[in-house]
Structure formats: structure tokens, C-alpha cells
Design a binder for this molecule. Structure first.
Ligand SMILES: [Ca+2]
Ligand SMILES: [Ca+2]
Ligand SMILES: [Ca+2]
Length: 413
């Protein structure tokens, strides 16, 4: 039996001018694939199947494709004139949806202030019917400062997709502006997380004759009006940060060690651990991050020394430089400090033996400046960098002193 296909209905995205010509059916089906054909009803049977194999295209059809088929006359059989018996409608349901694909490493694309560009990839989710231009720009809520740039200009990018490359991801590059502000991330209660991470937003605008891929007239939640969140890492500090802090703290400790007091002589090794208690683990934790952001460094120092976070401050000074200030103190007893053989008073001819117990306490503050350009330096203003220590002793049983000054020796023992 002969059949004919008619009323082929195809979205203009698959090409116009196909309706009811042989081109239309070849656009939408591999089989039947032509506007006329025959089927054979085997002897003893009352029906026969015609298989429809749709072409899996990628166009987000604005309506489902369809065609109608009817039996046509031929030799050796009669066709009913009742449309319900001689005709059928076939609908091919669209499975493509216009959309935007954004591919990032991690949950958000990331750029670091003043460093190389951050990147992510974009592609379309279906084949557009016309060329699609995507314009990207920074989106700032009212009052918020700019976070992104391209060269010296505000961030802007343009990417064009067409019917042949819509599925090939294009790389978008964006740069984080070094805004001379110390920034951070906050939890839902508004508590700082001391990561140095903060957000920027990129707004999308689609322009195309394909209305699915055009922002005009779309609701704010349509993909053509996407607002993408990207992560910005605050300005990284110098890779010399760990060694500078190591040197500054070591100098303070050496300053204490180089002191000499009556009774005990040189303090080296006699004040307990002092700064050494936390120095190497602190320096290791900073080295592990290598170039921490200011707020991250503040957190590493507070955790490393075991002090409250508000004892560490980071701020911008001179418009561009980062100043790090931290205060710390300790107080503990040192047992059996050996007495200096000369009673800590060389030249007087004293001889002493024995040991004593001591209480040691200190109050320290350190002020380091990280210039935008140039080497890290210690602010030696005595109100900013100091080490105040107390070493209090009392003589323990078994103390013995003899000396060349007889009156002192007699008076003492
Ligand atoms: Ca489709
Ligand atoms: Ca910033
Ligand atoms: Ca910043």
C-alpha cells in the first residue's frame, strides 16, 4: 500500500522553507525520510508497521516537530475515505532546551588580587538558530566597590557562539583588582572566616535573533540574565612572610638570651622556652601557605601563638602597605636555674654555686610592615615593637657564695 506524508511542521531553527517539501522530512527523520513510500501487509494480516526514527538534533525547538501520514490509492486495494482510518499524526518531542553551561574548577572560578587572570569556560546547551553574542561585565550592588578589571579598565568580555561552535567551550578570563583593602569572607552570622576570600559577580547579557538566546524581555531568573559569583583572593603577602616573622621573633628571643643579670649571669637557656615554645610551628604553618592573604596570616598567628584573634591586627597604611601588629605575653615558673659561677658580677671575684627558682613573664608586641613594593620591615617604634620581661628569683636552699670581698661573703653566709 502507498502512503504520503504531509503537513510537516518544523521549527524555523532547523531551516525555513521545508514545510511539505522533501527537505522537511529529511531534517527530522532518518526513517521514513521521504514524503512517499509503501508498506506491505502480509497475507492473513490486517496491519503493518512503519518505523519512525527521529533525528536527534540539538535545536531547542520552539514547538515539537510533527507530520501527518495518510494512505494513498494504488492497484489492488481500496482506501477508506474516513480520516480516522486512513490518516495518522506523528509528533517528535523536543528534548533540547536553550541554556548556558558554565564550567569552573571548584565551586566558583577564582582570581587573586594583582595576580594572573582567573578563568572559566562557557558554552551553550543547544544549537542556536542564529549567532549568539554574550557580553560579560562586573555586576556590583549599589555602594559596593569594584572588584574586577581587564587591564586598567572595568572588566568586560565578549564571546560569540554560532550553529557550528555552540558546544565548544570558550575560555573567559577575569582579573581581580588589587583594591588596597583588606577583605574577608563571613559566615551566615557575620563572623569573619579569616580566609581573605571574597566575592565578585559577573553579569551576562545575551544578544541574538534567536529569541531563546536573547536577554531582551526575559525575567531576571532566565539563564540569559545569569549573575555568576566568582571568588576573589585578597592580595597575597610576600613569600618572605614566614622568614621575616621567623627573623623578627628570633631577634626578640636572642635579645632576651643576650641579657645578663646579677645572680644568674647570662639569661641564655635560663628563661624556659619563651618564644621558642611556638616559633617553629608558627613559622611552619605560615610557610605551608607561602603567600597568605593578610586576614589568613592574622589567623595563622593567633592560632600559632595561642592568642585571641583580636590581639592580631592587619590594616592598610600609607594607602597601599599592609601593617601587621600582634601582642602576646606569657608567664611561667622556671625551676633550678643554675647560678652564674661569678654570681653574675664578673670582676668582683665572687664564686657561687647552687641554683634558684624563678618566675619569668613577658609582654611583647611586634609590628611588621609589608609594602606593596619592596621588602618587609619591622617598625622599631618602641610603642609598636617591644619585649618587656620580668625575671624574679629567690634563693633556694643550698645556696652558697664566697668572694674576694670578705665583708660581703661574711654578711651573706
Ligand atoms: Ca531539538
Ligand atoms: Ca577585593
Ligand atoms: Ca583587597
Amino acid at each position: 500500500m502507498n502512503y504520503e506524508i504531509f503537513n510537516v511542521s518544523v521549527d524555523p531553527g532547523l531551516g525555513s522553507g521545508y514545510v511539505d517539501d522533501s527537505g522537511a522530512i529529511t531534517k527530522i527523520s532518518q526513517s521514513p525520510g521521504s514524503l512517499a513510500g509503501t508498506v506491505r501487509i502480509a497475507p492473513g494480516q490486517s496491519s503493518s508497521d512503519v518505523f519512525v526514527v527521529p533525528i536527534d538534533d540539538f535545536v531547542a525547538d520552539s514547538f515539537d516537530k510533527s507530520f501527518q501520514v495518510k494512505l494513498s490509492t494504488g492497484a489492488g486495494y481500496l482506501v477508506s475515505s474516513n480520516a480516522n482510518e486512513n490518516m495518522a499524526t506523528v509528533t517528535i518531542v523536543n528534548n533540547d532546551k536553550a541554556g548556558l553551561i558554565i564550567i569552573t574548577s571548584g565551586s566558583h572560578a577564582l582570581a587573586t588580587e594583582g595576580q594572573d587572570a582567573g578563568t572559566f569556560l562557557i558554552a551553550l546547551q543547544s544549537q542556536p538558530k542564529n549567532d549568539v553574542t554574550i557580553n560579560l561585565s562586573e555586576y556590583s550592588v549599589a555602594g559596593a566597590s569594584r572588584q574586577l578589571h581587564a587591564s586598567v579598565y572595568p572588566f568586560k568580555a565578549e564571546h560569540v557562539f554560532d550553529a557550528s561552535n555552540w558546544f565548544v567551550p570558550q575560555e573567559v578570563s577575569f582579573w581581580a583588582l588589587d583594591d588596597n583593602k583588606i577583605e574577608d569572607q563571613y559566615d551566615t552570622q557575620g563572623k569573619p572566616l579569616y580566609t581573605g576570600l571574597h566575592n565578585a559577580q559577573i553579569a551576562y547579557q545575551f544578544i541574538s535573533e534567536d529569541t531563546d538566546y536573547d536577554s531582551a524581555g526575559k525575567l531576571a531568573d532566565d539563564f540569559t540574565k545569569t549573575i555568576q559569583v566568582v571568588d576573589i583572593m585578597d592580595r597575597p603577602l610576600s613569600s618572605d612572610t614566614a622568614s621575616s616573622i621567623d627573623n623578627a621573633l628570633t631577634s626578640l628571643q636572642e635579645g632576651v638570651d643576650s641579657l645578663s643579670l646579677p645572680l644568674v649571669g647570662s639569661l641564655e637557656g635560663k628563661t624556659g622556652q619563651g618564644i621558642r615554645k611556638f616559633l617553629s610551628s608558627l613559622v611552619n604553618s605560615i610557610s605551608a601557605v607561602s603567600t597568605p592573604s593578610p586576614r589568613k596570616l592574622a589567623k595563622l598567628i593567633a592560632d600559632g601563638i595561642g592568642i585571641a584573634q583580636d590581639a592580631v591586627s592587619v590594616e592598610i597604611i600609607n594607602g597601599t602597605d599592609v601593617e601587621l601588629t600582634f601582642k602576646f605575653s606569657d608567664s611561667y615558673s622556671v625551676f633550678s636555674v643554675p647560678l652564674a659561677a661569678d654570681f653574675g658580677l664578673p670582676g668582683l671575684g665572687f664564686k657561687s654555686e647552687g641554683s634558684l627558682d624563678a618566675d619569668f613573664s613577658y609582654d611583647a608586641m611586634l609590628d611588621l610592615v609589608f609594602p606593596l613594593n619592596g621588602d618587609i620591615y619591622l617598625n622599631t617604634d618602641p610603642s609598636k615593637t617591644f619585649f618587656d620581661a620580668n625575671f624574679t628569683t629567690k634563693l633556694s636552699p643550698g645556696f652558697k657564695l664566697t668572694g674576694g670581698l670578705g665583708f660581703f661573703a661574711n654578711g651573706c653566709c
